[in-house]
Design a protein around this ligand. Structure first.
Ligand SMILES: [Zn+2]
Ligand SMILES: [Zn+2]
Length: 314
């Protein structure tokens, strides 16, 4: 009843009625979201300055953010691979959020977790997937925001001279983006982080190169949020996605977090008529009352070319 889609069903002599109902829906959506969150304090599980970008966005739903002091998020995994991540991206974010809840005694927590890898849509291109998770134990809610971007400087290479190290680092956005120098790609020892000046970079590379039997050292981009402005931008966008999902209310029970959980693929091949892999519907579902609603994907064709058909073009 409170989504814009409902307003279109109000029938007949349309335009004059539709606009007020639509507006009323939006106002209610705002009030309900505010009811859930306004004036509450969320514990943000970070030690890498993510509050700088997450806190301002959360203000939009009236939530204030605190960062628990004794939280060591590195214990749950590091990008430098010296500590392996506990579980997948979502599980790691959940663990961080629950730790922040336990440390603070609060009933609202935010955690974020990034991952890097080849983009699923574009082969050979690196991408960054950021997840921002909200856990609300008072209302028993878990809502996520995502942002995938090919905007990432993630990289690493062996170098044998200081000049080579500087040249690569600058190509990757140094010193605005930090770099890490290490003995080799896999070693869990001799890892130098927080390199943000040329003097420091030169000194670290030289020190490792001076070691006996060492001809090359490994230099890589620092992917920790506070050392990587590009990643911070992606975390901002994931937080905005979280807010969008929080503001999406279930039409049945008005609980925040009415989000896409699946797609339907009902578009036939124009030659053999069998259903193809092309999605044409988004399936929204309420995680509280299980109410679900399909929403057509804009501009979906009535049929697709046989070239996209698994049977006609295997
Ligand atoms: Zn076909
Ligand atoms: Zn519901």
């Amino acid at each position: 009843m409170f989504v814009s889609g409902g307003a279109a069903d109000e029938g007949g002599d349309g335009e004059i009625l539709r606009i007020p109902w639509f507006s009323v829906g939006l106002i209610f959506a705002k009030i309900y979201t505010m009811d859930y969150f306004k004036g509450r304090i969320a514990a943000l599980a970070t030690m890498h300055g993510k509050e700088k970008v997450i806190a301002p966005v959360l203000k939009e739903i009236g939530v204030n953010v605190i960062v628990p002091e004794r939280l060591n998020t590195d214990a749950f995994g590091t990008f430098t691979r010296d500590i392996d991540r506990a579980g997948n991206q979502l599980e790691a974010a959940r663990t961080k959020a629950h730790t922040a809840l336990a440390l603070t005694g609060l009933d609202l927590a935010i955690a974020s977790e990034g991952s890097f890898g080849v983009d699923p849509q574009i082969p050979f291109i690196q991408s960054n997937l950021e997840l921002v998770l909200l856990i609300d134990t008072k209302n028993n809610l878990e809502i996520r925001g995502h942002h995938r971007s090919t905007e990432t400087n993630m990289n690493g290479s062996y170098v044998s001279t200081i000049e080579e190290a500087c040249e690569l680092a600058e190509k990757w956005g140094f010193p605005n983006h930090a770099v890490i120098v290490r003995k080799n790609e896999r070693s869990k020892r001799h890892i130098y982080k927080d390199i943000v000046t040329h003097a420091d970079l030169e000194q670290r590379v030289m020190k490792l190169l001076k070691r006996l039997f060492t001809r090359k050292v490994y230099i890589e981009t620092d992917m920790r949020a506070h050392r990587n402005p590009t990643r911070m931008q992606n975390i901002t966008k994931a937080t905005e996605d979280l807010i969008k999902n929080i503001k999406s209310l279930c039409p049945e029970c008005s609980t925040p977090g009415f989000v896409v959980v699946d797609v339907k693929r009902d578009i036939p091949c124009n030659l053999c008529g069998r259903l193809t892999d092309r999605p044409n519907m988004l399936v929204y579902k309420c995680l509280k009352c299980d109410f679900s609603q399909d929403s057509p994907i804009v501009d979906s064709p009535a049929s697709v070319d046989a070239g996209e058909c698994e049977y006609c073009n295997p």
